[in-house]
Design a protein around this ligand. Sequence first.
Ligand code: DC
Length: 227
Amino acid sequence: MSHIQIAVDGPAGAGKSTIAKLIAKELNYIYVDTGAMYRAVTYFAMQHNFISETHLHTKELIKNLSDITLQFRFNETLGFAEMYLNNENIEQAIRTIEVSRLVSKIAEISEVRAKLVEQQQQMGQNKGIVMDGRDIGTVVFPDADLKLFMTASPQTKAQRRFEELIEKGQKVTFEEVLQNVQERDYIDTHREDSPLVKADEAIEIDNSNLTKKEQFELVMELVKDIL
Ligand code: DC
C-alpha cells in the first residue's frame, strides 16, 4: 500500500495533534485537525449571536450553515495549515477558552456534523492523510487503514491544554482549563450523534508517561507494518 488513511481519535488534550502532525510530516501526508472546523463553526455562531453562555439558537445557525466556507491554508513559516472562515484567518481566534467553552454544544448539532463530515471525507479521498478528532475512525473514515485512540490521565490532559493556552498568551487558570476539558469530554462522549468512542479496531495509546519520541516511534512501527 503506498498511501493510507490514519484516523486519530481521543479526548481533549490527549496529544492527538502532536503525534498526528509528526506522523504526517514524516510520511509527507496531509494533516487535518477536525477540531479546528468545529471551532470555526462555533466562532461563526458567536459572531452572529447564535450562541453565548446563556443561549443557543440552533435553528438560526442551521439556516445559515450555507454561509460558512472553511479552508485550511498551509502557512510555510509556521509549518502547518491555518483555519480560514470565509477567507478570514481565524487560527488564533478559535483557540480561546471562550470558543472552547461553547464548541461541544455546537458539535452536538447533527446538521453541523453532516456538513463537516462531508468536507472531511472529500479531503481524505486520495488517502495520504492523517486526521484527528473524535469520530474519525468511527464515522468519517470507518475503513481507515490505521486507527489510533489516544488517551492520557485527566491531570496530564488539562496540564497540556493549560500550557498551550499560556504559551499563546492567554490569561487562564489551571482549574478553569481542567473544568473545561472535563465538561467537553463529558458532552463529547455522551452526545447522541457520533459520540467519542474507541472504534473496535483502534489501537489505544495512553501517553501520560510517553515522550513525543517514544510515541512517534511506536506509531511509525504500526505504520510500517501496514505499508
Ligand atoms: O480537538 P479540539 O479539542 O480542538 O476539538 C474541539 C471540539 O470539537 C471538541 O470538544 C468536540 C468537537 N469535535 C467533534 O465533535 N468531532 C471532531 N471530529 C472533532 C472535534
